[in-house]
Design a protein around this ligand. Structure first.
Ligand code: SF4
Length: 75
């Protein structure tokens, strides 16, 4: 399993995470930020626990995020 985290308040809505990991990310048209699917919010950080299959795409999402607010780790 992997843990993905998203410091959503700092998201600038560039859409890169959605492009490289569309099974985990969608854009929220209401506020123009991305949303991490199936995430729970804790102290402003959105966290999703998901399959190892999502690891590579989300490592890429973390690396392309221009404001460096995505973290991915194996758990
Ligand atoms: S790549 Fe980063 S800044 Fe861009 S939409 Fe995703 S979380 Fe937001």
């Amino acid at each position: 399993m992997i843990r993905i985290s998203h410091q959503r308040v700092k998201c600038i809505g560039c859409n890169y995470c959605v492009e490289v990991a569309p099974s985990n990310w969608v854009m929220d048209e209401n506020d123009g930020k991305s949303t991490l699917l199936e995430a729970k919010e804790k102290k402003g950080i959105y966290i999703a626990i998901t399959s190892d299959d999502d690891f590579e795409n989300n490592v890429e999402a973390a690396s392309v995020c221009p404001v460096n607010i995505i973290k991915v780790e194996k758990i």
